[in-house]
Design a protein around this ligand. Sequence first.
Ligand code: FPP
Length: 248
Amino acid sequence: MSTYKEQIDKQRIPQHIAIIMDGNGRWAKKMGNQRIFGHQNGVTSVREVTEAAAELGIKFLTLYAFSTENWNRPADEVNALMDLLVKTIEAETPTLAKNNVRLLTIGDITRMPNQTAQRLQQCIEQTKHNTGLSLVLALSYSSRWEMTNAIQNMVQDAVNQKLSPNDISEEVIANYLATKSMPDPELLIRTSGEYRISNFLLWQIAYTELYFTEVLWPEFRKEDLYQAIVNYQSRERRFGKTSEQVTQ
Ligand code: FPP
């Protein structure tokens, strides 16, 4: 029996994979522990998928680490998550640098605590010339925030006569989004058996293949990523055309 890794077609590796990391709290409860224990263990899964993605030559890996709505969680959980984020980024920056990984963020960083934002900025700065995998952390991110922000900027540019209604195309809109200069994800994975998009990359996933797994995020390992990629590669992406058109 071959492993999922062996079944991957190296010629058809997705350029961009996005992941909704879910199930940390439920996993912690299952282990008889506090929610933060789940987030702490989720870091191991982040490390695993980052390493696997870099090894496979994937260009972009976008992880939904903290949504706009997550600000509404109890303050002690929010603080613990911010703390975990800073500590993880600090500890992992040398490894990212060594492995040619570039860190990027999408989201409303102005809402993050100063110290968290500064550390993130330092890591972004230190890895900005790396040409391998781009690890994109969605932090204080939601699609509706992103679209609202984009529309505000477009209207501002229109007021300043830098943009007129006839200029507005799909490409122009994409350039006002936080993901500008990133390809759309070919594959979106959500863990923990929830079948929702939760305000994540709504514009960008128009033609993305969706993959849902029961695995809780702290238990997600490289082999789970390989399985998702093998499943993705078994699908026929038609982009609105007929099967005959895309297979010719
Ligand atoms: C969802 O599980 C997970 C989060 C909201 C946070 C994800 C954060 C990490 C994995 C750790 C830090 C990340 C990085 C990038 C260093 P949940 O809490 O919603 O779980 P539940 O649905 O079971 O309650």
